[in-house]
Design a protein around this ligand. Structure first.
Ligand code: NI
Length: 400
């Protein structure tokens, strides 16, 4: 089967209304990480109706709200997975759209509603052509990407092992690219993410008698400022790295020196060695710095970690060729890597594959950032996602 001449344009165009309607349904009913019950229900129902073998529940998929759909083609071929994340964010949506979130405190502000709709539509189209489908397509609907916990659970539950998946692909919609474009790049494309907590323990007392106390706030402040020097003085300056403290808590009254101060933050990097170096040095640095102030510091690296998203050269090349064949070479770009994270990285650590961008910037206004309550998607992106996704999957399933 030819990889490049087969166009999905008409097939996808005939389903455009349903595709957009499905995305709007998810948008109207957003659900937070690990609480995607309705979303998972809709996905399972659609896949079942299309004739896929559907797996749900913790035992089979690793999470109560995960769904796996397996589609056996009638021709020989490979076993290839497509991964879509499905969770929303704890935000109150601002834009007054007809399909605005009906759930206070929850909003699809990253495009995962689109990811779910695109993947379902791909599965339905391939299911309708089962007779000419080579191999086995596995559709992985992952909960809890925003909290970076869903991928690991699904991998541990064996979703890549039964049937034995050879490669895994997926998209992220992005308002950093115009609708109609696809972005794909080999090498690191998204950063690793490590959550950490620094607890500084001093000895409390009256704010007027600091000499009788050990002030954890002053010690924490110095740790916070000096921490940036781990990046600027100890990491190769050609290697990107970020340390951010996003939360700092200590004390509850202006004239009381508290017992403890707590800071929480994240470390981002592309290179595994840089990541390991910062994680290791942060502990030693914080505890010695605290001791200089007679305090004690304990650093905990949290469980919500994931490595960088790295696309192998061959698989990124495959996506580039398939996307160019489908939407034209001039619409395929290679945007620079971003310091954001995505636990798709764990799937790509387990199997070769590629995670690529599908442009979704609004046509008529500057885009609001992802994770912003004014976030809006250009729905023209959905058909592009389905078309390129189908070309990528068919090419990989039919590969010799
Ligand atoms: Ni996202």
């Amino acid at each position: 089967m030819s990889k490049t001449t087969l166009s999905w344009k008409d097939e996808v165009a005939s389903r455009a209304e349903g595709l957009i309607g499905l995305r709007r349904d998810f948008h109207r009913h957003p659900e937070l990480s690990m609480a995607e019950r309705r979303t998972a229900g809709v996905i399972a129902e659609r896949l079942q109706a299309a004739g896929l073998e559907v797996r749900t529940g913790s035992e089979a998929t690793g999470a109560e709200t995960a769904v796996v759909g397996i589609l056996h083609g009638e021709r020989p071929g490979r076993t290839i997975a497509w991964r879509a994340d499905i969770d929303a964010l704890p935000l109150n949506e601002i834009p007054d759209l007809p399909f605005k979130s009906a759930v206070p405190g929850a909003m699809h502000a990253c495009g995962h509603d689109g990811h779910a709709a695109v993947a379902i539509t791909m599965a339905e189209i391939l299911a309708a052509r089962r007779g000419e489908l080579p191999g086995t397509a596995v559709f992985i609907f992952q909960p809890a990407e925003e909290t970076l916990g869903g991928a690991q659970r699904m991998i541990e539950a064996g979703v890549l092992d039964d049937p034995p998946v050879e490669k895994v692909y997926g998209i992220h919609l992005t308002t950093l690219l115009p609708a109609g474009q696809v972005g794909v790049r080999p090498g690191p494309v998204m950063a690793s993410s490590d959550f950490f907590e620094v607890e500084v323990k001093g000895s409390g007392g009256h704010g007027a008698y600091p000499h009788l106390s050990i002030d954890p706030i002053t010690a924490a402040s110095h740790i916070l400022i000096g921490m940036q020097d781990l990046v600027s003085r100890e990491i190769d300056p050609t290697q990107p790295a970020v340390m951010t403290i996003g939360e700092i808590k200590g004390g509850n009254r202006h004239n009381i020196i508290p017992e403890t101060a707590i800071m929480r933050g994240s470390i981002r990097a592309f290179d595994q060695q840089v990541r390991d170096q910062l994680v290791e040095r942060l502990g030693a640095y914080a505890s010695r710095m605290a001791r200089a102030y007679r305090a004690e510091a304990r650093v905990t690296i949290g469980g919500q970690c994931c490595p960088a998203v790295v696309n192998p050269e061959d698989e990124a090349g495959h996506v580039h060729r398939c996307a160019a064949g489908e939407i034209g070479e001039e619409q395929v770009t290679a945007p620079p890597p971003v310091m954001g994270s995505d636990d798709m990285s764990l799937f790509l650590q387990a199997r070769p594959g590629c995670y690529f961008w599908v442009g979704a910037a609004p046509a008529d206004k500057p885009p609001a950032p992802h994770h912003h309550p004014a976030f809006e998607l250009n729905e023209d992106s959905l058909a592009v996602g389905v078309r390129t996704g189908l070309a990528v999957m068919m090419g990989a399933l039919a590969a010799p």
